[in-house]
Every structure is written in C-alpha cells, then in structure tokens.
Design a protein around this ligand. Structure first.
Ligand SMILES: [Cu+2]
Length: 142
C-alpha cells in the first residue's frame, strides 16, 4: 500500500523537475533599473542570457564578461563554465542599485531559477494527492 503513493510522488517530482533540467539556460531581465531576478544559482555549463526588457539602454559588466551597450530589446549571453560567484553591474545604473549575482555550482546539478519552488509545491501536492488516493483505495478494499 505504501509504495503506490511514493511512486506517485516521485513521478510528480520527476515531471516537475524535468523541464528545468532539459533547458540548459536561464534568462535574466534587465528592466529600468534592476536585474530580475537579481540573483540566480546555476550549474556549470548553463547559458545565462540577459534581455533588456526596459526602455533605457543597459549593460552587463562582470568579472570575465561584459555585454557592452544593450539597447532595449537586445540580449547578451554568457556561459557559466566554472563554479564561483560572479557579481555584475549595469555600468549606467549601478548607482541606482542595478546589480546582480550569478552563483555557479554543481551541488544540485540543476539550474536554480525559482522553479525549484514550483517543483517543491508540485511534490507536496503530488504526495498529498497520493495520500488521498491511498485513503480512498484503502476504504474500498474494506
Ligand atoms: Cu541599467
């Protein structure tokens, strides 16, 4: 009886995690005047793309990467090859707090983009649903 809910929960977790693993990139929006999200954690090899979704020009300048001027609608990509913490700024608006951080690490093996919360939520929902099914199934057997 107890194996069915576990399998159900694992399947739900697998479904939730799969899209994050399949996509080898994350996108950060540059708006006026902030990076969203301002901090992301990704696995080595992840392609990080900044997209200027604002109305003003921005740029991305960090240790080992620099986009140069990014007009509205333009994007810049950088592949996070090595583990480490990479702070970056928009040279035009750093004084307004337009800064961000990319943490590259292989601990989880998965990009962490905020989708983790969704995955966790689905896992909890899946487990709760499986428990509910198990209860109903048990009642019918009796
Ligand atoms: Cu800017």
């Amino acid at each position: 009886m107890s194996r069915l809910p576990l399998a159900f929960a694992l399947a739900a977790a697998g479904l939730a995690v799969a899209p994050a693993a399949a996509g080898s990139g994350v996108t950060i929006s540059a708006v006026d005047n902030a990076f969203r999200p301002s901090s992301v954690t990704v696995a080595p090899g992840t392609r990080v793309t900044w997209h200027n979704a604002g109305k003003a020009p921005h740029d991305v300048t960090g240790s080992g990467f620099a986009s140069g001027n990014l007009d509205p609608g333009k994007s810049y990509a950088w592949t996070a090859a090595k583990a480490g913490t990479y702070a970056y700024i928009c040279r035009y608006h750093s004084g307004l707090g337009m800064k961000g951080t990319i943490v590259v690490r292989s601990a989880s093996g998965l990009p962490k983009t905020g989708g983790d919360h969704v995955a966790l939520g689905l896992l909890v929902l899946g487990a709760a649903g499986a428990a509910g099914l198990s209860l109903r199934y048990g009642w019918r057997l009796r």
